[in-house]
Design a protein around this ligand. Structure first.
Ligand SMILES: [Zn+2]
Length: 848
């Protein structure tokens, strides 16, 4: 170590010795030059023209000069742009999942302004989350305790008649405007980008227009010794790059009128708090919507001055384009109700288009076939943060979701708890990500199995595939007009109304994540998916887009929210995860206003399809890959049904109507006793019972993946049947034994819940233990009983999360389990199992 340091010093020393004379010489020469030429020429400041010789000049919002030798840029900012607000918007041009970036990911938008500080220009990001009334004296204190974010400060190179030239290279090539490289994971084995390479990070392109400046930048990172080499999309983990599109744009000056959010309708919004209002709800949240204006203001229905124009990207499979167009235009009836004819227009990007799909001037329906599809569909939009006006939108879709392959053995690996490792760096913190395509693909494949078709082998858009495509496009386009999810919309019809239903409208809204409508009686199959907008969609578009004559007119529309077909609840309210949220009607993967019965039908349908699966799936010459995949798809449906049913236990219905609204009920109403009991009985029969698994055992002999190279190295290839079954059981169990669910059963007893914690826990104990504990216990049940006893034992110990009542009943059930297991009945494995159960109970008692 010491030797190295010394030699470094030596080198520095040598450099000084040799460089001094040269420096001195230079100075001398310069002095001579000055004396010889005209006096004081050096003092005269250079002009912009002189400073930008050998630069390409690009006129537009901010004049850009790009050095033709090294590609670096300078920017000219005029005096009238100082202090003015502009909008920033960022988007990933291309990336790789491991780096937290994928093509088309939106970074979000913000307001910034440019300030002059003596001889420098500062770029400041503006906080738009607060509002101060102009009339209030408090307005003078509007900056108080809100930090100022100065993103960059650049020296003015030339000040020429109110035009300032600055070096703008760092503004783009450094991560000034956005953070490209993530903050790092606490997991030491996580994929890591190395350090930013100055030489390899470059401006790729510049497009300058009067209203916006677009700059594409490639960020390159070097990591000489990666600990994680990433997946096959990472070409070389030592050299990874992420490409970002930046857009700086003028704040639109128009007559757009902001519209404020209402809790009964689901729009994306820019959240703004009024700091000068004495109200309990000082919200001025701006819904996101397009600036639609009637051409003919007097007409009840008119074409808009500027329609919302969609471009089908030229990467889209040709066979699909008509169906996609149909899906987009299916929104037009909703806009017509709001007073606009032909609000949506669809065009196809020419193959030789001179614009890129990342260009913000175009709203593009994009198709990619990524090695690791990041999301199942993604419909982001960006807005003017000051008004909520949507300025642009795109939709990202992945080819794989209409192909007949499940990319990874995902559903099958429920047991392995294979969580996606992708953490988005771009757009993190926004809630515009959508996973419907992925979700839909599994359901569509299920529909195909039920229909006895292998439609995924061709590219044709027909039958169930066409219905699924239209619903997916409707859903993603719905996001881009401002709508967020409505996970309650699948409650509109009864199970019997969904049978033989060919209306094209199965739910209140296309903004839900519905399970595919496969009818148990295969003779009475109608639509699998909705192919038209639902009543909620029409109503929501009216709220967002209809030009209202008065507040009363808007209130009148909103007062209809109590109609069952207009009901709404979004992701924040949905019960997809165990223990989260409270209203079981707000859920993903459910359908009908009796999701318990609908799920029971699904259990039955899966059972009957399992019986003939082998016969119906494979042909001579095939490998067994598709059989294994279809088994996974069926298991996934079973797991989904188990999850949906469990949420009714301990559930509380939520009503968000305002006080005095016609048709309103109280905000909280516990699920009826009979329904909670019905849900427990269904779980008992189809999920927990010793004979719940009807899959023919001989099917397991055939669940083989196709060999590919050495791909079985990471884990053995045999089907992990027991862990799969346990994972399905856990979909229910994790919710029933969640501290939120258990405590809610206790709390809600005070306001109407008749299915109390004691009754629930007794029923659960019986469902899991009673049928076989005195004799032989099959291996699925052994797994379940041990899992359950372990969960009870951890509840007893967990005073941090569980209330006393919950811990007491867990303890009580453990004692009962010990009694029940105190027999020596059954085969050897069953005896061993009972000894194990007793040990779990004893250990739980010992501790504390
Ligand atoms: Zn969505």
């Amino acid at each position: 170590m010491r030797i190295i340091r010394n030699s470094c010093l030596l080198l520095v020393g040598m450099f000084l010795i040799f460089s001094l004379p040269a420096e001195a010489q230079k100075k001398k020469k310069k002095k001579d030059d000055t004396e010889a030429s005209e006096p004081k020429k050096e003092d005269k400041k250079k002009t912009i023209e002189e400073e930008t010789k050998k630069h390409a000049k690009m006129d537009g919002l901010f004049t850009i000069y790009q050095d033709s030798t090294n590609g670096k840029v300078k920017m000219a900012i005029s005096e009238d742009q100082i202090g003015k607000e502009f909008i920033y918007f960022g988007q990933v041009k291309d990336g790789v999942l491991e780096a937290g970036a994928f093509r088309g990911a939106y970074d979000g938008e913000f307001i910034f302004k440019i300030n002059k500080y003596f001889n420098r220009l500062e770029f400041e990001k503006v906080n738009t989350r607060f509002y101060f009334d102009e009339e209030s004296a408090l307005k003078r204190a509007e900056d108080a305790n809100i930090s100022r974010a100065i993103m960059a400060s650049e020296e003015i190179i030339v000040d020429e008649n109110g035009v300032y030239l600055i070096d703008a290279n760092n503004l783009f090539v450094q991560e000034t405007l956005t953070q490209v490289k993530g903050s790092g994971s606490s997991n030491p084995r996580a994929f890591k980008l190395g350090s930013a390479s100055k030489d390899k990070t470059q401006i790729l392109s510049i497009n300058n227009y009067p209203e916006n400046l677009n700059v594409a930048v490639r960020y390159a990172y070097d990591n000489s010794a990666p600990k994680n080499y990433g997946g096959s999309a990472v070409t070389d983990a030592r050299y990874v790059s992420v490409e970002v599109f930046y857009t700086l744009l003028e704040v639109p000056e128009n007559d757009y009128e902001p519209r404020f959010d209402d809790p009964r309708v689901g729009y994306f919004l820019n959240q703004v708090t009024d700091q000068t209002s004495p109200s309990a709800t000082p919200y001025r949240d701006l819904i996101n919507r397009w600036h639609l204006k009637k051409k003919d203001t007097n007409a009840a229905v008119s074409e808009p001055v500027e329609p919302i124009t969609w471009w089908i990207e030229n990467t889209t499979p040709v066979e699909w384009r008509e169906t996609i167009k149909e899906g987009v235009l299916a929104w037009n009836p909703a806009f017509e109700k709001a007073g606009f004819k032909n609000a949506m227009v669809v065009k196809v990007q020419p193959d030789d288009a001179d614009w890129d799909a990342g260009d913000i001037r175009y709203n593009v329906l994009r198709w990619t076939s990524s090695p690791n599809p990041p999301f199942g569909g993604y419909g982001p939009s960006f807005t003017n943060p000051r008004t909520g006006q949507i300025l642009g939108a795109d939709i990202m879709l992945e080819f794989v979701h209409f192909a007949n392959r499940v990319k990874y053995d995902k559903i099958y690996n429920l047991a392995a708890n294979e969580e996606e490792t992708f953490t988005p760096q771009f757009g993190k913190g926004n809630n515009k990500f959508c996973n419907y395509g992925d979700f839909m693909q599994q359901n569509m494949l299920f529909g195909q199995i039920a229909a006895g078709i292998n439609a995924g082998d061709d590219m044709a858009m027909e039958g169930i595939k066409k219905e699924a495509m239209i619903e997916l496009i409707l859903h993603e386009v719905g996001h881009t007009i401002g709508l967020n999810h409505n996970m309650k919309a699948s409650q509109m019809l009864s199970p019997s109304e969904l049978v033989d239903n060919n209306t094209g409208v199965l739910t209140g809204s296309v903004m839900d994540y519905v399970v595919v409508n496969v009818t148990k009686d295969r003779e009475k199959q109608g639509n699998y998916y909705s192919t038209a907008v639902g009543p909620y969609d029409v109503w929501a578009v009216q709220f967002g887009y209809q030009p209202f004559g008065s507040d009363a007119e808007m209130d009148e529309l909103l007062s209809q929210s109590t109609k069952p077909e207009l009901t709404f609840g979004n992701d924040a309210d949905d019960m997809r995860s165990a223990g989260k949220a409270i209203d079981p009607r707000v859920n993903t993967g459910d359908l009908s206003n009796d999701a318990i019965q609908y799920s029971i039908d699904r259990f039955e349908t899966v059972r009957s399809l399992m019986a003939d699966l082998k016969e119906n799936t494979i042909d001579d010459g095939d490998t067994y890959q598709e059989l294994r995949q279809n088994f996974s798809i069926l298991s996934g449906q079973y797991a989904g049904a188990s999850r949906v049913v469990s949420r009714y236990i301990g559930g509380v219905y939520v009503d968000r109507a305002v006080v005095g609204q016609e048709g309103a009920t109280q905000p909280f109403t516990p699920v009826a006793y009979a329904d909670q009991k019905r849900a427990m009985n269904a779980l008992s029969k189809y999920v927990f019972a010793p004979n719940a698994w009807k899959t023919p055992n001989e099917l397991y002999n055939y669940l083989a993946m196709q060999r590919r190279g050495y791909n079985f190295f990471s884990s053995p290839e045999d089907p992990k049947i027991h862990s799969l079954v346990l994972s399905i059981q856990n979909q229910a169990l994790n919710h029933l034994l969640h501290y939120n669910t258990m405590q809610r059963l206790v709390d809600s007893e005070l306001y109407g819940n008749a299915y109390d914690l004691g009754e629930m826990m007794t029923a659960l104990n019986n469902a899991i233990m009673q049928a076989d504990i005195s004799g032989s216990v099959n291996t699925f049940r052994q797994n379940l009983q041990i899992e359950y006893a372990n969960k009870l034992a951890s509840i007893v110990k967990d005073s941090k999360n569980y209330g006393h009542t919950s811990r007491s009943i867990a303890l009580y059930n453990l004692q009962r389990i010990k009694q029940m297991a105190s027999n020596n009945g059954g085969n050897t494995l069953s005896k061993a199992h009972k000894a194990h159960l007793k040990l779990i109970v004893d250990s739980a008692m010992d501790q504390d």
